[in-house]
Design a protein around this ligand. Structure first.
Ligand code: HEM
Length: 151
């Protein structure tokens, strides 16, 4: 039992300590536990909140197909659901993601990349994502967004 007024001596494990202690057989995909944690519907709601912001955005709005915004929304949802450990429908329907190639027709510069992340962060704010889940989702999206910059 902790003494009154005395801070507990055992510190919470740091991320480094946890990862050093992890056996090598753990899954390598760091985001595959997200859907088991929050469910596919939360991913659907996140992408919907993102796409609500796209059409009125001066940088991103003109890049997306106005006549097929719901199709674009469905593709990103399906991709993220799969990456986050849910249904594999994306690969069945679209094959390998090849995201660099699929973004090649668009001018993804630093400003577009930053705006994309800004809209995603605003969508997560709106939905009140759990802080830990949010941090993990953000690190993942941030990495992919940087990887997709092509001009
Ligand atoms: C960096 C800024 C980004 C810009 C400007 C951008 C822009 C676009 C555009 C204009 C499309 C076409 C919409 C469609 O018809 O599907 C698209 C598709 C897509 N984007 Fe991005 N995107 C960005 C970042 C990302 C990130 C970070 C991810 C994933 C984490 C992503 C995943 C996808 C997927 C899965 C598709 C559909 C691919 C398919 O055809 O199956 N994008 N993106």
């Amino acid at each position: 039992m902790a003494l009154k007024g005395v801070a507990p001596r055992v510190a919470a494990p740091t991320l480094r300590a946890v990862s050093e202690a992890s056996p090598p057989s753990l899954p390598v995909d760091p985001v595959a536990h997200i859907v088991p944690l929050i469910g596919e519907d939360a991913v659907r709601t996140l992408v919907a909140a993102f796409y609500r912001r796209v059409p009125r955005d001066p940088i991103l709005g003109p890049m997306y197909p106005p006549q097929d915004l719901s199709g674009a929304q469905a593709r990103l949802t399906s991709f993220l659901v799969q990456r986050f450990g849910g249904s594999k429908a994306y690969s069945r329907e679209r094959g390998h993601p090849r995201l660099r190639m699929r973004h090649a027709p668009f001018r993804v510069d630093q400003a577009a990349r930053d705006r994309w992340m800004e809209l995603m962060r605003a969508a997560m704010d709106e939905l009140g994502f759990d802080a830990r889940v949010r941090a993990e989702v953000e690190v993942f999206l941030d990495g992919v967004a940087t990887f997709l910059v092509n001009s």
